[in-house]
Design a binder for this molecule. Structure first.
Ligand code: ADP
Length: 289
């Protein structure tokens, strides 16, 4: 598999050479392959937002390099704008960035800026609206007349419309009700399946990450402490607890049963997996047939 993003000894310091100097990202190196779904977890203040802002050149690393398809994104600083179309960024509460008269114009903003024709832009807007489950008859409304969930979809559609090779989402379901969260998460999964693009999702929900991510980046105190397959990361529950993170609840229950001596797998990620692991254990012990 070829890597789409490679981070080499990446560091970022805020307020460099001032009394407020703070190293927010400390010497992070990792490689993300094309088409992977990556989760990022870590406490507030662990460096997640700073790290993702370096992926599309919003901030320039104090040290180290970000390679996109093998090329240093800062090689030619004049071209840095182009990387923002390739690595699309959905910030927390992105609906605050809606500003056009209509939802249509808001979603069209990115593709228009990229120099796409009116027809290409129109097709991109409609496809993005479809991906995010935004009803077409909302497109001519003012973004301010939409509900909270619809505004969120419109903002995400604005990034998807640029057809980025990598889509980065920072807590996209924050503040939505449980149904809204579930629907949006499923749409992101569908988007990943259909477009086969790379998706990077920052989330505080271990349950969500367990369901969707192929691999997880774990940040703690500005450093990368784990980067591995989801199952591997969540099998290290005790280490995660030490840095103040938790594993999904179902993983924890199964881990505790295993520690009590039951013959169970070391990393169970979903309720369905737990059900089949427990069923086969009970069958083995002759408790059910
Ligand atoms: P996270 O996204 O994991 O919450 P951040 O990347 O936002 O972490 O923050 C990492 C560290 O950098 C924290 O200590 C935070 O206080 C500090 N920090 C973040 N943004 C700024 C800023 N604009 N100026 C100074 N320090 C900042």
């Amino acid at each position: 598999m070829s890597s789409i993003l490679e981070l080499k000894n990446l560091s970022f310091i805020y307020g460099i050479k001032t009394p407020f100097e703070k190293k927010a990202v400390d010497n992070v190196s990792l490689s993300i392959n094309k088409g992977e779904f990556i989760g990022i977890i870590g406490h507030t203040g662990s460096g997640k937002s700073t790290l993702i802002q370096m992926l599309n050149g919003l901030i320039k690393p104090t040290e180290g390099q970000v390679l996109f398809n093998g090329e240093d994104i800062w090689q030619n600083p004049k071209d840095i704008r182009k990387i923002r179309f390739k690595v699309g960024m959905v910030f927390q509460y992105p609906e605050y960035q809606l500003f056009e008269e209509t939802v249509y114009k808001d979603i069209a903003f990115g593709p228009t800026n990229m120099g796409k024709t009116v027809q290409e832009t129109d097709a991109a807007v409609k496809k993005a609206a479809e991906f995010t489950g935004l009803n077409f008859n909302l497109l001519q409304k003012s973004p301010f007349d939409l509900s909270g969930g619809e505004k969120r979809r419109a903002a995400i559609a604005g990034v998807i419309a640029m057809d980025p090779e990598v889509l980065v989402l920072d807590e996209p379901t924050a503040g939505l009700d449980p149904v809204g969260r579930e629907v949006l998460l499923s749409q992101i999964v569908q988007y990943h399946k259909k477009r086969k693009n790379t998706v990077i999702l920052v989330s505080h929900s271990m349950e969500d990450i367990a369901r969707v991510a192929d691999k997880i980046i774990v940040m703690s105190k500005s450093r990368l402490v784990m980067f591995d397959k989801t199952r591997e990361v969540f099998s290290r529950g005790r280490e995660l607890e030490k840095i103040g993170l938790r594993v999904p609840q179902i993983t924890k229950i199964m881990l505790e049963l295993k520690e009590c001596g039951y013959d169970l797998p070391s990393s169970v990620l979903t309720v369905d997996e737990a059900f089949s692991a427990l069923s086969s254990l009970l069958k083995k012990e002759g408790k059910i047939w």
